[in-house]
Design a protein around this ligand. Structure first.
Ligand code: AMP
Length: 280
């Protein structure tokens, strides 16, 4: 497995690969890898001749300094995991390699980056789009893999590819969960034992919404679900929304034609967790 830290050596390696007619799959990550990330990597390995996993904790997508400084990092264990699944290249640049000077590119994503995560984490998606576009330009993969766990991010990346006319196929991958339903996340390691015991309630709430959506008043269902969750010690719901899966606009009544999805963000102790579930 190749370990590469600079853009120039990555480009050189990949142009060699491409000169042999090999196509590239890209899995962008921020490291602290878990089984969810590895599913994306496995899929890329199956579907492409070579797989590049990027590991870069992108400072400009963090709106809180503390969240950035506390973000888990474990490069040694990440490399072991990636090697064990058969990844071909790891690209782990330093910040100044990615941003020799500040990148002030702005994108117009309409509603997509203004609601939910966009509302509570100002600037987050602009930071995500800047880094992903840069990775796309440097690596020029045929396909790039993103998790549905970050559903809004996936919608923003699809829009990015559309508006910038980037010839890369975006492959969505299902959310991988712990046995008790908690969506795998790098942040889960920061939960205390008691917080970890509460955390599966997030998924259980989404399941309950899915069961009740057809027969319920949507705003009442949201209100009662938030109240139930907030009864847990140390848990505060930041948002819980039921939205159209394409536009991310909140729906008032479900209809049979549009796909809808419940999206949630909570603070559990000092850890912010997100999850979502398709309801139709
Ligand atoms: P991150 O390192 O958290 O930025 O995630 C890197 C990629 O892995 C993103 O496309 C995420 O959506 C995806 N991912 C993170 N957690 C999961 C999970 N539990 N299941 C599937 N994909 C995930």
């Amino acid at each position: 497995m190749g370990f590469i830290k600079t853009i120039s050596s990555l480009k050189q390696k990949l142009s060699e690969e491409k000169s042999h007619g090999r196509n590239i799959g890209l899995v962008p990550t921020m490291g602290a890898l878990h089984a969810g990330h590895l599913e994306l990597v496995r899929r890329s390995i199956i579907e492409n001749d070579r797989t590049v996993v990027s590991i870069f904790v992108n400072p400009i997508q963090f709106n809180k300094k503390e969240d950035l400084s506390k973000y888990p990092r474990d490069l040694v264990s990440d490399l072991e995991k990636l090697k064990s699944v058969g990844c071909d290249y790891v690209f782990a640049p330093e910040t100044n390699e990615m941003y020799p000077e500040p990148d002030l590119t702005q994108f117009e994503f309409g509603q997509l980056d203004k609601v939910m995560e966009g509302k509570f984490r100002p600037g987050h998606f602009s930071g995500v789009a800047i880094v992903v576009k840069k990775l796309f330009e440097v690596i020029e993969p045929a396909q790039a893999y993103f998790g549905e766990k970050d559903f809004q991010q996936l919608a923003v990346i699809n829009k990015l590819v559309e508006i910038e006319k980037i010839p890369i196929k975006i492959i969505p991958c299902k959310t991988v969960r712990e046995e008790d339903g908690l969506a795998m996340s790098s942040r889960n390691v920061r939960l205390t034992k008691s917080e970890r015991a509460i955390a599966p309630q997030i998924y259980h709430t989404l399941i309950n919404i899915k069961k009740r959506i057809v027969r319920s008043n949507v705003s009442e269902l949201i209100r009662s679900s938030i109240n139930l969750l907030n009864n847990n010690d140390g848990l505060t719901v930041e948002y819980l929304e039921i939205v159209d899966a394409k536009t991310l606009i909140p729906i008032e009544t479900p209809n049979k034609t549009n796909e809808i999805i419940a999206c949630i963000a909570v603070n559990l102790g000092n850890v912010r967790l997100i999850d979502n579930l398709k309801l139709s």
